[in-house]
Write a protein that binds this ligand. Structure first.
Ligand code: Q9C
Ligand code: ZN
Length: 614
């Protein structure tokens, strides 16, 4: 079935049946959920086809997933709409608007390259102007429809992203600040009756652009949770610090939650929601919530190094739907693992639809550092929001989980401004594990990773410049040679909770299959969880690290879907890292196809080797 598509939702608060989305909406007469998708935003791409994480496939893969799941039919789908200069001018300088508009007129890509190189982390091509106008304009359009009551809520699947863009500055893959343009539009159109806007920025990077635009403005409460890593994580500097609370009349209306490190996941974000964001949202009582919805804090993202699951996102979103009468507009920002991105967006749209809840459960506790950040933020803001002065109960603070002890792959190669020049042996091993092509395809074999194998893989890959194929990582001494198991790998990239959850689901499914075969009723998921808790044998949490890891590893190996997902995430990760490093060194990127060819090749070779060994 082709999805319903129209340039504009129907006027009036009771949409006619012909334009209604789902049967349920029809019965309840609730306005439908809106989506924007427009292929023209795919025309913004790197001029020479170089690889870049912010690629057209990001929104394509989201749209493919939503279509596959039958989502568009249950929503109202809008075409993109270009922003008007007047609206852009409420946040950007005339000069910046003129510059972005003029990009597609430039006759030669080289001119555009020169412009792009003046900015931090920006590329430009012929399609950039139109895409930038569409991204900003589409967010405005969804906001307008939600406020006018034609839509209940909406998701603008847009690119380029926006939250790093400043008044006179494109940066961090962002050209116009889409969400800021939309917020100003709502505030300026007085007849819309919007006086207070909450912007929640859950992209893994700090929304520096948005923060600057509303820093002195109490009509917009800007909340950003992001990796900070002592000011080294992109965009780096003090802007994302907890003490940046706003200025003048805007003091207390800018809230930053800066993670000390990666690995943060569902439990950490949920704790921030419960102990910082939600009480403030309740007190602020916004007329609408806009979400700068980046998904680069998602599990498997190559830039973020955090691990929010789709269930985690749905929970964060659900908790926000209690405010502003559910008026929520989500605008895509970052998110660079195509699979994680599509799954996370799908979970969010399904949550907006309120048809089915997303399966999952919060397990694990926040990090100690998470409680520390919570207390820091509450302390700094308590004069503006008095209820934050209350002490968090000691029993809660005692609930913590430990950061992964092994050196993190994501930490040693993450998107941080500060490159660590000196590496510990274990970092070197980690880095080599993901960067060696042989390891890409078999990071989980229990065979030891020795450098001779590396050497072979390298020469197959780059016949001319074999030595730099490991992108500057010193080849470890023989004594550094180390066994890497799949289990260790999972733990090192913070996937443990995610897969532990999956293990439970797997067992649940198996039990139900048996029950059904025997003619009994299947056991509900919640009852199953209760059952697990009540069981006499030690709860999963109490099982030793090692055996938990083995369980997870076995589970991944046992289910083709899971292992496919897992291997694909790993490949994508390694692929982007390798090309990132190649680019830095001025080498041409390897294509995804070529990369896979090499990886598959090495895999079949490894299998052959193993067979020969046995
Ligand atoms: N050392 C968004 O997620 N990384 N932008 C540059 C330079 C830029 C991310 C690294 C990351 C930008 C919207
Ligand atoms: Zn980001």
């Amino acid at each position: 079935m082709e999805e319903r598509r129209q340039s504009r939702p129907p006027a009036g608060s009771k949409p006619s049946p012909a334009t209604m989305a789902s049967q349920e909406d029809l019965r309840s007469r609730r306005p439908p959920v809106g989506l924007v998708y427009d292929d023209r935003m795919c025309r913004h791409s790197t001029p020479d086809g170089e690889l870049h994480p912010e690629c057209p496939d990001r929104i394509r893969s989201i749209w493919t997933k939503l279509k596959f799941e039958g989502i568009p039919q249950r929503c109202v789908v809008l075409n993109g709409k270009e922003a008007e200069d007047e609206h852009l001018a409420s946040v950007h300088t005339k000069r910046h608007i003129k510059l972005i508009k003029g990009i597609s007129n430039k006759e030669f890509d080289s001119r555009r390259d020169r412009v792009a190189s003046k900015f931090n982390s920006i590329y430009l091509n012929k399609g950039s102007s139109e895409a930038a106008y569409l991204a900003a304009g589409s967010v405005v359009e969804v906001c307008k429809s939600v406020v006018e009551g034609q839509l209940r809520s909406g998701f603008a699947i847009v690119r380029p992203p926006g939250h790093h863009a400043e008044a006179n500055e494109a940066m961090g893959f962002c050209l116009f600040n889409n969400i800021a343009v939309a917020a100003n539009f709502l505030l300026d159109k007085h007849q819309l009756g919007i006086k207070k806007i909450l912007i929640v920025d859950w992209d893994v990077h700090h929304g520096n652009g948005t923060q600057k635009m509303f820093y002195k403005d109490p009509r917009v409460l800007f909340f950003s949770v992001h990796r900070y890593d002592s000011g080294t994580f992109y965009p780096a500097g003090d802007d994302g610090a907890y003490f940046m609370i706003g200025e003048g009349p805007g003091a207390g209306y800018n809230i930053n939650v800066p993670w000390e490190h990666g690995q943060c996941g569902d439990a950490d974000y949920n704790a921030i929601w419960d102990h910082v964001l939600l009480p403030i949202a309740k007190a602020y009582n916004p007329d609408i919530i806009l979400i700068s919805a980046g998904f680069d804090a998602a599990i498997g993202d190559p830039l973020g190094g955090c691990c929010i699951t789709p269930y985690g996102y749905s929970l964060l979103l659900m908790k926000l739907m209690d405010f502003a009468q559910g008026k929520i507009v989500m605008a895509l920002e970052g998110g660079y693992n195509l699979t994680s991105l599509a799954n996370s967006v799908f979970a969010c749209v399904r949550t907006l639809l309120e048809e089915k809840t997303i399966n999952g459960s919060l397990r694990g506790h926040p990090f100690k550092s998470t409680w520390r950040v919570i207390q820091q933020v509450r302390q700094r803001l308590k004069s503006f929001w008095p209820f934050l002065a209350a002490e968090i109960p000691q029993e809660l603070l005692a609930c913590t989980r430990k950061e992964t002890q092994t050196q993190l792959i994501y930490n040693s190669t993450s998107d941080s401004n500060v490159e660590k020049e000196e590496q510990t042996p274990s970092q070197v091993c980690s880095a080599n594990m993901v960067e060696g092509v042989g390891d890409v395809v078999q990071p989980f074999s229990n065979s030891s990773v020795d450098k001779d194998k590396h050497g072979e893989a390298k020469t197959t890959e780059h016949k001319t410049n074999d030595q730099d194929s490991f992108e500057g990582y010193p080849v470890p001494e023989a004594s550094d040679s180390k066994k890497f198991s799949m289990a260790e790998y999972i733990r090192s990239i913070g996937l443990e909770d995610y897969f532990m959850e999956a293990v439970k689901r797997h067992v649940h499914g198996k039990i139900n299959k048996k029950l059904i075969e025997r003619g009994s009723n299947p056991i509900e998921w919640n009852d199953f969880l209760k059952h697990l808790k009540e069981e006499k044998r030690p709860p999963i949490e109490a099982i030793s690290q090692e055996s938990r890891m083995t369980q997870i590893a076995n589970f991944i190996k046992s289910d083709k879907n899971v292992s496919d997902f897992f291997f694909k995430s790993v490949r994508q990760h390694v692929y982007q890292k390798i090309n990132g490093k190649r680019k830095k060194k001025g080498n041409d990127p390897i294509s995804w196809a070529k990369f896979n060819e090499i990886a598959d090749d090495a895999l079949s070779k490894n299998i052959a080797d193993d067979a020969a060994d046995n």
